[in-house]
Design a binder for this molecule. Structure first.
Ligand SMILES: Nc1ncnc2c1ncn2[C@@H]1O[C@H](COP(=O)(O)OP(=O)(O)O[C@H]2O[C@H](CO)[C@@H](O)[C@H](O)[C@H]2O)[C@@H](O)[C@H]1O
Length: 719
């Protein structure tokens, strides 16, 4: 059966009953489809004259279409030339800077909208009408939060939902009426709003929108028949909430998946008043340790992704302390979050329609959301609900597992026979309750954030008590290296480099732009402005993981080398104190910036020559990736993702991206850093070669998104 017929069949089926396997791909049309196959008509056999004529007509029509396409491409090429020449000449009158690439991109797209309509009108089925089932809301006035935090009212974000992106959002038919449904909710038969559209291009002419607008924003290939509804659930999501790399991943990976054509939702707790959000009006009640708790769902749509936030007083004002509180507090938050997140695709209308549970995969992240795969099984699958929804659990850091005494089990609200999933034993913790273990056993697939870490997790040292569980589930484990959000971390467009003497730069302007950033950083930190002195940076959580102790031990050697050192971090109070002491002792050479500052993280990444990452373990590591994009050379402990991403410099072949050392020891760090400093001072061409190789890598999320897609598809077919 042709794939178009396959699609049509499934659309027809969707209007009747759910198929045995719900493989509808609810695809949002993101780009024009030039499906010339629709022009063909099948005629009766023997009607050869008519056939010839028809064939001739079709050939003529195709020729006309191809001519139009060629013409269009020509127009685009001409416009790009014009834009390039304008940009080369355009100087911002206020700042004296060249206008940003995002502006270029916008103006280009605007002009595109003036192109002939007929080329852009895809020959696709129209969207179907959608009538999501509603659920009878409990009488909000008759229920009250009891005790403590739950009595406080929810401080709603402003209703100023004015995101420019919404104009481009694929529109679905709004629900006309909401039929009521008494809890517990039954799976809703929500029609797919976005039909499964086949993407075909047999002409070898690139799709009109495939013509790269800019090198940085070239579209990745579409997922085609693999498109799915993807719901990524995380305790933090940049830019709204971030304590580390998980926030970055939750903010960026979904956009890359959406670019491939998936319908993607991110669900995170609402910790503060985020300006972009709109209240959906959806309110639900969930039980947590016997208490009914109401959540409100908020939503916004940015870069093709539906960001859904779950509001309840227990999340409020935790922005800077997401994982704060005692174990029971955290547990209650995560239980409520997972329960509310799992039903978001049922309840929250995004662009007019809910996702529903067909063709759905959840991506849970770390122990905080490791209950989600368990709830999916226990509350839904075992009751014939969300039968075809799947879960993938991503390990960003196995060091935090949601451990506690066995009687913590009473908090998670599961039937007694699930206890064994959580029960773990190890020589350090003895018999204990372990949320990550249960999630890993229950998820359909497991991802971790590098190949190296996937291997290390199965060792006693690397698995931190879960090596047995991970080895047993090796068949469903895959390592995928994180990417970079190139809108956020890119020296060409970095908004943190537009003031205070900093400047944006690219590979072409590296030799002038980066020294300017270095001078600006030295000035901002109050260090002597000396271009020839190597400036060494560290950015990260002050935590045993990050090997901060090794740097502190190496500082006396470093300050004897005529270098400058800046360390940005927060976390462990002892390490914070040591940073301050170091700065006091070596005030002409060392800065210890205690705190969490995204702006300073960007500025250090741009202004430093060298970035240190002596992590004891590092599942992937993002800062070394950011550093390489900014022409900053990483010196790293060869472990986990650091080993996978920083190929050691080889002076004989002039290859490699930085310096690595094999064991997390101060002497080894000093040895690697010594070689790095020698190259900086004595072998400038080699140094510049390393910088350029780092900057030229494609570290975008597109590649990772492609691999995630394989995992999502594998999960979908996993029973
Ligand atoms: N004081 C500060 N001020 C401003 N920004 C700060 C900061 N401290 C850290 N950051 C930022 O937080 C992020 C940290 O990312 P990492 O990947 O290095 O670490 P983390 O260990 O949190 O993440 C875990 O998850 C990620 C994602 O999978 C893995 O890469 C990693 O190995 C794993 O440990 C970076 O964006 C960094 O700039």
């Amino acid at each position: 059966m042709g794939s178009l017929a396959f699609v049509t069949d499934h659309i027809v089926m969707s209007n009747h009953r759910r198929p045995k396997i719900p493989f509808f791909a609810y695809y949002r049309p993101r780009r024009p489809i030039l499906d010339t196959s629709k022009s063909w008509r099948v005629k009766a056999a023997g009607d050869s004259e008519d056939s010839d004529e028809a064939l001739q007509a079709v050939i003529e029509k195709s020729k006309r279409l191809l001519a139009k396409q060629r013409d269009l491409l020509q127009q685009i090429a001409e416009r790009r030339d014009i834009i390039t020449s304008i940009n080369n000449a355009t100087i911002n009158s206020e700042t004296g800077e060249i206008s940003s690439e995002e502006e270029e991109e916008d103006s280009f797209l605007e002009r595109d909208s003036n192109l002939p309509d007929d080329i852009f009108t895809p020959d696709v089925p129209s969207t179907s009408s959608v009538e999501p089932l509603g659920y009878q809301l409990p009488d909000a006035t008759s229920r009250r939060y009891d005790e403590g935090s739950s009595k406080s009212s929810i401080n709603l974000p402003p209703k100023s939902y004015q995101n420019g992106d919404t104009a481009n959002r694929p529109q679905s038919t709004p629900s006309k009426k909401a039929t009521t449904h008494v809890l517990p909710p039954f799976v809703s038969e929500i029609s797919p709003t976005y039909k499964n559209l086949e993407v075909k291009n047999e002409s070898n002419i690139p799709y009109v929108t495939d013509v790269p607008i800019d090198d940085e924003v070239e579209s990745p290939p579409l997922a085609g028949p693999n498109v799915m509804n993807v719901v990524l659930v995380a305790a933090e999501c940049a830019p709204w909430s971030k304590t580390g790399g998980l926030g970055d991943v939750a903010g960026a990976l979904p956009k890359a998946l959406a670019k491939r054509g998936h319908r993607v939702m991110v669900v995170a707790p609402l910790y503060g008043n985020y300006a972009e959000l709109q209240e959906t009006g959806v309110r639900k009640w969930y039980k947590v340790t016997g208490q009914d708790m109401e959540v409100h769902y908020f939503q916004t749509y940015i870069d093709g992704v539906d960001f859904v936030f779950i509001a309840n007083p227990i999340f409020q004002n935790l922005g800077s302390n997401i994982y704060g509180g005692n174990r029971q507090d955290i547990l209650r938050r995560m239980v409520l979050f997972c329960k509310a997140a799992i039903e978001a695709p049922w309840h929250v209308p995004c662009g007019g329609s809910c996702y529903g549970d067909g063709n759905l995969v959840f991506i849970a992240n770390d122990w905080h959301t490791a209950l989600l795969p368990v709830y999916l099984k226990a509350y839904y699958h075992e009751h014939g609900l969300m039968e075809y929804a799947r879960s993938v659990l991503v390990i960003h850091n196995i060091a935090h597992q949601g451990r506690g005494p066995l009687n913590d089990y009473s908090y998670v609200d599961l039937p007694p026979h699930y206890l064994d999933l959580f029960r773990m034993y190890d020589p350090v913790g003895g018999e204990h309750f372990n949320i990550f273990a249960a999630g890993l056993k229950t998820a359909y697939r497991i991802v971790t954030v590098s190949h190296g870490y996937a291997w290390e997790l199965k060792t006693i040292e690397g698995g931190q008590g879960l090596h047995g569980v991970i080895s047993d589930n090796d068949w469903k484990l895959k390592g995928i290296i994180n990417g970079i959000d190139k809108k956020e971390w890119n020296p060409k467009v970095d908004t943190h480099l537009t003031s205070d003497g900093y400047t944006k730069y690219s590979l072409d302007t590296l030799q002038t732009g980066k020294p300017q950033c270095k001078a600006a950083l030295q000035k901002e930190l109050g260090l002597p402005i000396r271009p020839e002195v190597p400036l060494i940076g560290f950015i990260g959580r002050l935590d045993n993981q990050k090997g901060v102790d090794l740097i502190i031990e190496a500082v006396p050697w470093m300050v004897g080398q005529d270098v400058q050192l800046v360390m940005l971090g927060s976390g462990n109070s002892d390490l914070e104190r040591m940073l301050r002491e170091m700065e006091n002792r070596y005030s002409d050479k060392v800065r210890g910036w205690v705190g969490f500052s995204v702006k300073m993280a960007h500025r250090i990444t741009a202004g430093a020559d060298i970035l240190l990452m002596p992590s004891k373990f590092e599942p992937c590591g993002l800062n070394q990736l950011y550093a390489m994009c900014y022409g900053t050379i990483p010196v790293v402990h060869a472990v986990g993702g650091l080993k996978d991403t920083v190929q050691p410099f080889d002076p004989y072949n002039e290859s490699g991206l930085g310096w690595t050392f094999e064991r997390a020891e101060t002497g080894q760090l000093i040895h690697a850093l010594g070689n790095c400093l020698l190259t900086y001072r004595e072998y400038k061409p080699s140094w510049e070669g390393i910088q350029k190789r780092g900057m030229m890598q494609d570290l975008s999320w597109d590649n990772a998104a492609n691999q995630y897609e394989e995992v999502l598809v594998a999960a979908k077919y996993q029973w």
